[in-house]
Design a protein around this ligand. Structure first.
Ligand code: MLT
Length: 233
């Protein structure tokens, strides 16, 4: 079994994909489902999301870390944690995380959303599902590598290696090194560029929330078509 880490999404995934956008899209996606959402739809553009407004859909997303005009919510997991989404489908569009999910959906067979908050559950699900490869895909920020995503990839890789035999690529070696040299999750996330940006926007609580390790066993699964727990549009 191969284990690889892409520090940025680039496609061509033959088997299982774990998509990471720890600050904050995948952390928020886990939280929506934790708070009762029936499904998530990850759109390519805000316009597609706005076209779904109403009809039982709620819209959540951001640009520059701030809510998109016309959306019901921003992309704050702390905000999501305070709401009850029972029976709702949440439509998400964010700067990087939803796009990375679309890249994964173009070729991956089994695609799961991962963050620190569901790290162990996501790793277990990926190991159970994979037959040839687990690809961990970091969303990054504005097409540049994000420390928080690589750190999360290192946490996932470390746990996957404890679950079974893998041959690992240099991306995985880099992620493991970052994990082992960046302190605890809160230190790592707080020292990241995007973590600093969120703190400056007054969204520091999101950084602390996203740094919680394996507090959830929810693993959003991207599927195409109807009745999607988490689909792409
Ligand atoms: C992303 O897509 O990179 C994040 O959602 C950005 C954010 O929420 O601040």
């Amino acid at each position: 079994m191969r284990l690889r880490v892409d520090l940025l999404p680039h496609g061509n995934y033959p088997d299982v994909v774990l998509v990471i956008d720890t600050l904050r899209a995948t952390t928020t996606a886990v939280t929506y489902l934790e708070r009762g959402a029936e499904a998530l739809l990850l759109t390519r553009t805000p316009e597609v999301a706005l076209g779904l407004k109403g009809d039982g859909f709620l819209l959540g997303g951001e640009r520059g870390g701030l809510p998109i005009p016309g959306f019901d919510f921003g992309n704050s997991p702390v905000e999501a944690q305070s709401q009850n989404f029972t029976g709702k489908t949440v439509v998400m569009n964010t700067t990087n995380g939803t796009g990375a999910s679309h890249v994964a959906a173009q070729s991956g067979k089994h695609i799961f959303l991962a963050a620190l908050t569901n790290a162990h559950a996501a790793a277990r699900r990926a190991r159970a599902q994979a037959t040839e490869e687990v690809a961990i895909v970091c969303a990054g920020t504005d097409e540049r590598v994000s420390l928080e995503d690589v750190y999360t990839a290192g946490v996932l890789a470390e746990y996957l290696l404890s679950l079974g035999e893998f041959t690992i690529d240099d991306g995985a070696r880099i992620a493991l090194t970052v994990r082992r040299n960046s302190g605890n999750p809160l230190e790592a996330l707080s020292s990241s560029l995007h973590g600093g940006r969120l703190n400056n926007l007054g969204l520091g609580e999101d950084v602390s929330y996203a740094a919680q390790l394996s507090t959830s066993t929810v693993v959003p699964t991207l599927v195409q078509g109807e009745d999607v727990p988490a689909g792409t549009l």
